[in-house]
Design a protein around this ligand. Structure first.
Ligand code: 5RP
Length: 224
């Protein structure tokens, strides 16, 4: 039986098939994305030429340590391919919840600038409906956060200020019925910076399980 890290590593390895010489890559954040960065570093050491835009200081530090060339949006306005993990993937739509690792804003900017956005997960992350295994992260500005949280509650959610590891997180019961509408309604509240719903952004989801690897594509496109 493969353990969870082995599954994450396997999904990351499969995602390397999407990488081509000369690409500008977006590097995600989280434990699964970190496995991808490790394996990408091996390819770079063997001659692969890529430049990478990281989605967090954590990922930037890892890439720098492993000798992966880094770049920024100052040099590249578009990214050829971004590879990132996710907290939940809705099986039918490939819509995502991201950001429980705390990097959703940069991750969403990178995803939005990417021609291809490939998501790497183990099959525990696949859900029938988003919002059923944990909270939806919403990044808000510090000033007036209590008022912003109250506006979020008017949407029918219960909000909880995210705390350090010891803090309790609230899990909604019924899931998110309309992720696209919810994404827009949350972001229209003054004081909200961004939320962790990634709707219609996945080009492919690489999902690993005890039975092997599946590459899921959005309806109407063929998996690679
Ligand atoms: C960070 C993220 C991560 O991709 C997500 O939390 C998954 O992390 P992991 O691969 O460690 O399970 O969105 O903001």
């Amino acid at each position: 039986m493969a353990d969870r890290d082995e599954l994450k590593r396997a999904a990351a390895a499969r995602a390397l098939d999407f990488v081509e010489d000369g690409m500008v890559l977006g590097l995600g954040t989280g434990t699964t994305a970190a496995f991808f960065v490790d394996q990408l570093a091996d390819r770079v050491a063997r001659g692969l030429r890529v430049v990478c835009i990281p989605t967090s200081e954590r990922t930037a530090a890892q890439a720098r340590r492993l000798g992966i060339p880094l770049a920024s949006f100052a040099e590249h306005r578009k990214i050829d391919l971004a590879i990132d993990g996710a907290d939940e993937v809705e099986r039918t739509t490939l819509d995502l919840i991201k950001g429980r690792g705390g990097a959703l804003l940069r991750e969403k900017i990178v995803a939005a600038a990417s021609r291809q956005f490939v998501v790497i997960v183990d099959d525990d992350k696949l859900v029938d409906r988003l919002g059923t295994t944990g909270p939806l992260p919403v990044e808000i500005v510090q000033f007036g956060w209590q008022a912003t949280a109250a506006r979020l509650e008017e949407l029918g959610a219960r909000s909880e200020l995210r705390r350090a590891a010891s803090g309790e997180a609230f899990v909604t019961d019924g899931g998110i019925a309309d992720p696209a509408e919810t994404e827009g309604r949350i972001n229209s509240i003054v004081g909200v910076v961004e939320n962790g719903l990634f709707v219609g952004r996945s080009s492919a989801v690489v999902a690993s399980s005890q039975h092997g690897i599946e590459v899921l594509a959005p309806i109407g496109t063929a998996p690679r």
